[in-house]
Ligand binder design. Structure first.
Ligand SMILES: [Zn+2]
Ligand SMILES: [Zn+2]
Length: 422
């Protein structure tokens, strides 16, 4: 099909603006806007008419051209039958969006347009009438036009993959939806106090709704590693919420003295250029004796997956209470656990939230220190995911073998600390 035939199809009935005309040729020649393409095609149609060719279009589409040979009545240009003149509204809508974006700090933005069904149908009708194969959709052009207007005026960059802000302008509702994307901070935390879970746990009585026993907080534990670290960051960034992504977690009652990697996600931040050095100091000051952080730096979202994929071996130190006396020599027996693959049926303490399965994890190294006949310290280097408390106690025979089964006495972990993560 010839270009001119497509153009005639578009212009046959009613007025079509340069955007909508040019859009039917959007895939031809780069370096031109659709408006420029439309203008060019309309001019060519005008040449044809002025040369005396019979071109069956609606006159209104060429009434602004200055013909030499043909007499053309000048007509008042009506609104475009396809887009209803929507492209002329871009600056006004763009300014409205810019006004709404004022409070946010960002560098990159993605802008999209949402259109009424009616408008999209009108375009589809036009495609049928003209039979173009080179078109772009009105939605795509309008999104781009609005995006270009906003980024140029605000001096920001357009980013499809990792924009700080996503704006969707709904042309039917005449309103914008602003989506402020999270920003991510990587760091390492240590925990110096027992009894603090890594992330929020809903109250076991009310399941998070709030009750007397949780003081209407809905939380089982007053403090979490997440909240202690996030509070100063939320304050500094004006973020609405946070999410904590740790490279694994230690037990609530375990210390973590060697440091664990994490990514803190700050949702809907107003400010992004937070001073991480200053924040690090502040976090460590207000949480002294509980939680500390180091090496804070901004990171990409994909860092979370990296952390989750990391399966680190860990070294634990457990103080263990025995229910019958053992001798120093008995502790030698524990060497049989070295290099052993341990079968662990899901521990009773987590069985309410995990599937009941048997997992196999290796004890890479184990050694014990005699404190007295009923108290020993056990140092274990275990494969990621090894349940240490159960390795010691046997969890009613659900973990095999165990410190308890090897020593032939009941054994219980009193304190448990992660001392190294590899
Ligand atoms: Zn139009
Ligand atoms: Zn409660």
């Amino acid at each position: 099909m010839k270009i001119i035939d497509i153009a005639v199809g578009v212009l046959a009935k009613g007025y079509v603006c340069n955007h909508c005309l040019g859009r039917q040729f959007a895939q031809l020649l780069s370096g031109h806007s659709n408006e420029e393409r439309g203008k060019a095609v309309r001019t060519v149609v005008g040449f044809a008419i002025d040369s005396g060719e019979t071109v069956k279009i609606d006159d209104v589409n060429v009434s602004e051209l200055n013909f030499r040979n043909v007499k053309m009545k000048s007509k008042k240009i009506p609104v475009c039958k396809v887009c209803d003149g929507i492209f002329d509204t871009v600056p006004k809508k763009g300014d409205k969006v810019i006004e709404n974006l004022k409070e946010y700090e960002f560098d990159t933005i993605l802008v999209g347009a949402r259109l009424s069904k009616k408008l999209i149908e009108k375009e589809e009708e036009l495609w049928e009438e003209c039979g173009t194969e080179f078109c772009e959709s009105i939605k795509s052009e309008l999104s781009r036009a609005l995006g270009q207007y906003i980024t140029a005026k605000m001096k920001k960059d357009m980013d499809r993959q990792r924009s700080h802000i996503t704006v969707v302008y709904d042309f039917e509702e005449d309103d914008s939806e602003i989506d402020v994307n999270s920003f991510f901070i990587y760091g390492i935390y240590k925990k110096q106090k027992r009894g603090i879970p890594q992330t929020k746990w809903p109250c076991s009585k009310c399941r998070g709704l709030g009750c007397d026993s949780c003081d209407w907080t809905g939380k089982q534990y007053k403090e979490t590693v997440e909240e202690l670290i996030a509070a100063p960051v939320l304050e500094a960034s004006g973020g609405v919420n946070s999410k904590f992504h740790g490279a694994g977690r230690e037990d609530i009652d375990a210390l973590n003295l060697c440091g664990r990697e994490f990514v803190l996600e700050i949702q809907e931040p107003v400010k992004r250029s937070v001073d991480l050095k200053k924040l690090e100091k502040e976090i460590n000051k207000v949480n002294k004796g509980k939680v500390s952080v180091e090496k804070l730096e901004t990171c990409e979202k994909k860092k979370i997956v990296e952390l989750k994929d990391k399966k680190a071996d860990k070294v634990y130190m457990a103080t263990v209470e025995l229910d019958s006396a053992v001798t120093k020599a008995d502790l030698k027996k524990l060497e049989t656990l070295k290099g052993k693959v341990i079968k662990q049926q899901t521990p009773l303490r987590v069985s309410h939230r995990r599937a009941d399965i048997v997992r196999e994890r290796k004890v890479i190294d184990i050694s014990a220190e005699f404190v007295d006949s009923k108290n020993i310290n056990v140092k274990v280097k275990g494969e990621a995911g090894l349940y240490i408390k159960e390795l010691v106690s046997s969890d009613d025979g659900r973990t095999k073998p165990s410190v308890s089964s090897v020593l032939g006495v009941g054994a219980k972990v009193v304190t448990l600390d992660v001392i190294q993560i590899e």
